[in-house]
Design a protein around this ligand. Structure first.
Ligand code: RP5
Length: 166
């Protein structure tokens, strides 16, 4: 049963969410990915969200661009943790989506990741970190991944020093 739901406002968002999906694959997490829009299919969004907890979902990630209301609407209908991915693109290149996602009113939290760059990947990792609170095996995998990441940087620095000395 999926514990993470990744919702996107449009199928056109999918290419920007590959890093998020890759995290779930890397950590062997059961996840569901859906297209639903706060504007174009609001009833679908509400129906999915009010049933999410009883369907076993523990974290909901919402990705949307432009007037990005998906994360806010979802957060208004659940007490599950909601992460927002502002999607780059459109006339303002995502600045509108960033502000819409991050500037939530008090009482209805949405944890926004960065616009572009590592944002989509970090949304996936953050969701895994939430699940890891009650899953020691997942917690260990996260620690191992961090260690591999650090090792790569240390190795890159070592190689750079060798290049500079040759
Ligand atoms: C948002 O509008 C979607 O999340 C997408 O980023 C943007 C444009 O959607 P399309 O017109 O490409 O379907 O709701």
């Amino acid at each position: 049963m999926p514990e993470i739901a990744l919702l996107m406002g449009s199928k056109s968002d999918l290419p920007k969410l590959q890093d998020t999906i890759q995290v779930f694959k890397d950590f062997e997490i059961d996840f569901t990915v859906r297209v639903m829009s706060a504007h174009r299919t609001p009833e679908v969004v509400v129906d999915f969200t009010v049933n999410a907890e009883s369907n076993g979902i523990k974290v909901i990630i919402c990705a949307a661009g432009s007037a990005a209301h998906l994360a806010g609407v979802v957060a208004g209908h659940t007490t599950l943790p909601v992460l927002g991915i502002p999607v780059q693109g459109g006339a303002l290149n995502g600045m509108d989506a960033l502000l819409a996602t991050v500037q939530m009113p008090g009482g209805i939290p949405v944890a926004s990741v960065a616009l572009g760059g590592g944002g989509p990947k970090n949304a996936g990792l953050f969701a895994v970190q939430i699940l890891a609170l009650s899953n020691p095996e997942l917690a260990q995998k996260l620690k191992d991944t961090r260690k591999m990441q650090s090792d790569k940087v240390i190795q890159a620095d070592k190689e750079l020093q060798e290049e500079l000395q040759s």
